[in-house]
Design a protein around this ligand. Structure first.
Ligand code: AMP
Length: 208
């Protein structure tokens, strides 16, 4: 079974949602560089404080920093037999560096339109306490409290409309070329991302 996996797609495509499911299904860790940076920012480590500023501006953290963090994380024993990378690689340079320490079996490219991405990201909410993710655009009945633990629902600081535009531009310029890059290697699986979560997951499982 292919277990060294990369999730690729524009923000809001559902990479995190599908990565979590796939990680549980394959019993391998879900590794999200965005979450690692947000955790470091919350802990106010020197790296976290630096990353926080960059994230809030909508820019990308430097390849060198991200690659080092991922290399360290993939060296941990739980990632020995596989992993789901979510949000990494985001540049061709990161992809080249990644190949130097781990091979990649499959890249799932979740395909949604730019308009859909914009709607989904600006609608995104997260429970401040248990981190459960919601979307006011996809769940119009949602109130301002978490359905699981009643914690307050908040938006990510970098999900503001102006920042999102910038992140989408960066994505098109820096990350989109990875689609061709992995297609040429013959490991890209394009998955239609504007379907319901269960259906998308079934399609991913059958392409494994
Ligand atoms: P995400 O949660 O994946 O949208 O990531 C949030 C932010 O973290 C991004 O907008 C970047 O500033 C930073 N980040 C996450 N992953 C990477 C990466 N692979 N390369 C550079 N910056 C990243």
């Amino acid at each position: 079974m292919n277990k060294n996996i990369v999730m690729l797609g524009i923000m809001g495509a559902g990479k995190g949602t599908q990565a979590l499911r796939l990680a549980e299904f394959l019993q391998v860790p879900h590794i999200s560089t965005g979450e690692m940076f947000r955790a470091a920012a919350a802990e106010q480590t020197p790296l976290g404080l630096k990353a926080k500023k960059i994230m809030e501006s909508g820019a990308l953290v430097s390849d060198e920093i991200v690659v080092n963090i991922v290399r360290e994380r993939l060296n941990k024993s739980d990632a020995r037999d596989g992993f789901i990378l979510d949000g990494f690689p985001r540049t061709i340079e990161q992809a080249r560096e990644l190949e130097k320490f781990r091979n990649i079996d499959k890249v799932f490219y979740l395909d949604i339109s730019e308009d859909e991405a914009l709607k989904r990201i600006t609608g995104r909410r997260e429970c401040a306490d248990c981190k459960q993710q919601y979307n006011v655009y996809l769940q119009p009945d949602l109130k301002d409290k978490c359905l699981k633990c009643s914690g307050p629902l908040i938006s990510r600081a970098d999900d503001k409309r102006e920042t999102v535009k910038k992140r989408i531009d960066n994505y098109k310029r820096q990350t989109m070329p990875l689609k061709d890059y992995y297609e040429e290697k013959g490991i890209l699986e394009k998955i239609e991302g504007e379907k319901n979560i269960e259906e998308i997951f079934e399609n991913i499982k059958s392409a494994l």
